[in-house]
Structures are given as C-alpha cells and as structure tokens.
Design a protein around this ligand. Sequence first.
Ligand SMILES: NC(=O)c1ccc[n+]([C@@H]2O[C@H](COP(=O)([O-])OP(=O)(O)OC[C@H]3O[C@@H](n4cnc5c(N)ncnc54)[C@H](O)[C@@H]3O)[C@@H](O)[C@H]2O)c1
Length: 596
Amino acid sequence: MPREFTTIGVVGLGTMGAGIAEVMARNGIKVIGVEVDDAGLARGRGHLQSSVARAVKRGKLTDAEAAELQDRVIFSTSLDDLAAAELVVEAVPEDLQLKRSVFQRLDAICPPETVLATNTSALSVTEISVATARPSRVVGVHFFNPATVMKLAEVVRTVVTDPEVVDDVEALVRRLGKDDVTCGDRAGFIANALLFGYLNHAVAMYEQKYATREDIDTAMKLGCGLPMGPLALLDLIGIDTAYEILDTMYRQSRDRLHAPAPILKQMATAGLLGRKTGRGFYTYEGSDSPVVVDDEQAPGAGGLGRHGDQVREVRRIGVVGSGTMANGIAEVCVKAGYDTVLVARATAKVDAARAAIARSLEKAVQRGKLAEPDRDAALARLHGSVDLAELSDCDLVVEAVVEDVEVKRALFSNFDELCKPGAILATTTSSLPVIECAMATQRPADVVGVHFFNPAPVMKLVEVVRTVKTADDVVATVHAVCAKLGKVAVDCGDRAGFIVNALLFPYLNDAVKMLEAHYATADDIDTAMKRGCGYPMGPFELLDVVGLDVSLAIQRVLYLEFREPGFAPAPLLEHLVTAGYLGRKAGRGFRDYSSR
Ligand SMILES: NC(=O)c1ccc[n+]([C@@H]2O[C@H](COP(=O)([O-])OP(=O)(O)OC[C@H]3O[C@@H](n4cnc5c(N)ncnc54)[C@H](O)[C@@H]3O)[C@@H](O)[C@H]2O)c1
C-alpha cells in the first residue's frame, strides 16, 4: 500500500507553487505554504484566492467548498513550519544553488521519513538531492502550468531514489486526479525536452522578424490544434524560467537549438517576464492578468504585419491539379462563391475530382452544414477542364500539382504565356522555394505561396508566403480572398517549412530521437505531450497519421535548408521508412494497426 500523504508543504508560491498548493487542497490535503517574505506570501495568497474565486464563479466549487479549501492552507514565511509535513514540494525559482540551499535547510528541519520533492523543470534532481543527507528520499515531481488544469505530472527518479518513494509519489499524483509518467533524471525530462526546442525556435523566428508574434501563434494554434501559440505560452511559463530551462538543457545537450535565443535573456534582464509582470512577448492588462491589450506591435498599430491597401479584383479562380489539395481548394472556392475552373491532365481525372468534390459537399449537407440549394449553386460554379488555356480569364491561379520543382516551374512558365496580365499566380508547395516558381515567369511580382492545410475544407489556416519579389497588392489580395474563403491567413517569408512545418517537424523528430535513446516509451511520450501540454495528439500518433515517409521528406528539406545538425532526421525514422512502416496508411508505423 502506498503511503497516503495528509500534510504537504509547498515552498515558493509563485506561478507554479500557488497552483500546486491549490491542487493539493482541492483534494483534501492539508498544505503548509512557505514564501520568502510577506510580500511573496501576499502574492501567493492572492493567486490562490483569485483562482478559487474563479472556480466558484464558474460553478466548479460551492462557497462552502471554497472556504474549506482555503482553510486547509496555512501560510508562513518560515521553513521551520515544514517540520509537520510528510512531503515537501519545492517550487522556488529555477536556480540550482537556490534549490540546493532550500533542500539543505529542509533536510535539517524535516524528520528523516519526510519525502523532499522538487518541481524543477530541467535542473538535475540528482544534484539537488545530494545537498541533503537523504538523497534516496528525494524525487522530482514536475507539474505543468497551470497546475490546476493540466492533467499530468512527471515523476523523476534519480539513480538513488528509493523505489517506494517513487511509488508513493506516483500514487499521490493519481490521487490528485492526474496521470503520471515516471522518467529518469535528464534535463527537461520528457515534455520540456520536446517542448523547449520548439519554443526556442519560435522565439528565433520572431527575433529574426520571419513572422509576427500573432502570426506565429495563430499558425501553431490553427495549423496544429495547439491550445496556445508558442509565444503566448512562453509568457505564461515566465521568460526568466524559460531562459533558465533552456540554459540548463543547452549545458547538458550542447545542442545549439537549445541555446536560448538572445532576446530571451534581454527580456528577462529588462523584467519583461510575461504574464507575471504584465509584459512579455505581449502586453497584458496588468501583472498576472491573462488579458492581452494592444501595444505598438499589435496589428494595425503600424509597423509589422501590415499590407498595402490596394487589392486586385478576384472573380474567377483557377485551380491546377486533381489531388487531395487541389480538390479541397476548389471546393472551398466554389463554396465561397467563386467561379472556379479546375484543370487536370486527363478527362478521367477531372471527372474524379468533380465526383470527390460533390461527395464532400454532400457530406456537408448531411451534417447540416450546407443547405441543398447552396450545394447545387457551388457545384454549378465548378468547371472542369483538361486545357490550361481555360486559365486565361482567371484572376487568381492556384497550382496544386505534384511536389516537384521542375514540374512546377514548367507550369508557371505556361501560366506566364496563358494568363492575363495582373493575374495572381499562386503555388501551394509545402517545401519548395516559391521564388523558383516566380522566376520561371516574366512576372515574379505576381507570384506568391498559399499554403493550405489538409483537409483544406476543414483547416482554417493558410500561410501566405511572399518572396523577395512579391508585390504588396498581391499579398493584400490573397489575404482578402482567404478572408472570403473563411480562412485565417498568416504571413511568412519564403523559407523551408514556412511557420508550421518548420516548428512542428523538428519537434516530432526530437521525439523519435528520445524514443531511440530509450529514455521513454512512445506511450509515455504521447501521454506527456497530450496531458502535460494539451496537444491534441502525441508525436507518435501524429507521425503515424501524417505518414513517416512524408515526415522524413519534410525533415530532410529542413535539414538541407538550415544545415542545423539538430535537424538531421533521426536514424530510427529513416529505418522505419526503409522497412515500409509508413504509419496508418501502411498498417504499421510507430504502432501496429493491423489488428485494430
Ligand atoms: N512556470 C512554469 O510554467 C513551470 C512549470 C513547471 C515547473 N516549473 C518550475 O517550478 C519552479 C518555480 O517556477 P515558477 O514559474 O513558479 O517561478 P515564480 O518566479 O513564479 O515563483 C517562484 C516563487 O518562489 C519564491 N521564492 C524565492 N525564493 C524562495 C525561498 N528561499 N523560499 C521560499 N520561496 C521562495 C518567490 O518569491 C516566488 O514567489 C521552477 O523550478 C520552475 O522551473 C515552472
């Protein structure tokens, strides 16, 4: 039988400590919360009170339950009061010396059987544990932000942690209504090791002005279904904490991708710590407020993210291709009221595309999302042809043929001859340079990338890729068309992976490397990302859906473009592809689907 803790100490009542104290108290556990001084205590108490008040307002707690919960928490500025605790969770700032000194003092104050746990995100639990005379009773218990919401805690055991202590802490985590994954003592454990490379990369994109903060965040939310964009998440985590986590990870991995982006250090030094100080990547209504207010970087406030006012008129759209993307885009266009011509290489392909679009519209009718007359009107707007000359009166041509630069270049040089002057020529490429298509024409200023996501009728995001030659009014027009299509357009430059794939695939590749290193199982990694970070799918689930071959191809393109050693495809990914384990479509990828 695992030990049932009834009194738990929490040291540090900041972003994490206050949440951890609340989670414990919500589950009937007595809490002794210790802060460094009265100001810290007042802030910690304030965190708890406002969070509990929100829960009451949302009907999740009654007034009586809220009062009981608060009665279970004792506040103190003296570590001596923790002598009564059976388990102490330390949540002071991410600083090894500070944590070691807190543990040394706890060791002197607490009885020998008391378990000492650290909530560190990336520091070595082993190094913290050896500051005490009881390393076997020291463990990591890593909660996620916000601790009251996220349904995971990572339990970190060192080589000397007593297995019973691990069992007891795992049982506690489950009693708190959370999933637990247990892992060894490696910087960043499971979730942060995968999350922070991605967050750092997003910061670098922002710092290089590759895209605006809003566009980076919107792209990851709409393109990957993440609950928050990376920059908004960093503001929630705290910029100082994020810097320390990356710094620790870099010192352990020596992977350049973990070297904190320089702007993080500048922001931390300037006190732009995120939500807790009211300003980080975004500006908030006040300290600890989640409400973002406009500042000088806000869209429309001048500077970044603005397009010219001039737009070209778009009435007729041409879509070239007959694959999944071409069909999806043509469907979106006719549904939005555009007269659309789909040009494919053979009559049979045109017919198949029309049938696929008709089927999809029919499904929308059956789901009650489209009225029958609207379906008929949409289909009437769809024209099919095998003749590229049909594109001559199109105002916008969207190319969605095979991902082969020579094929695309030949097509764009055809467009140049066939399309009327002023027509916008767009490519849906996900990995080739848009400028290659542009330079195959005599009118590169009219060429732009429009990267839709699959399935196009469902996914809200479009990445609008401008090359060094693209005209302002072309970008502005594509934005206007996307708005009419019901899509959200984000801007980015002509670089491999654009925003979403460049941020997503290295993270997936890192997950494969972690599996390959036998640090954690695919199930634990998937659970950590879903429950700890709120991702809709774990990395291995997603890789199996996307296809391992597709993922490998994208990762190779990223590696070739950026020459980052850390982007080199994981050997395990290469081997699985060679073996034909391509994911769901092959019945086997990281998991076996043959019997399901
Ligand atoms: N922020 C996150 O998203 C997150 C998530 C999981 C884990 N963590 C980890 O949790 C720990 C705390 O991070 P945070 O984000 O809550 O930091 P924070 O800066 O919000 O809070 C730290 C608190 O500790 C208090 N403190 C400092 N020295 C103290 C001492 N000697 N005794 C008692 N209290 C002291 C500070 O006054 C402050 O209130 C770090 O190790 C961090 O890596 C953070």
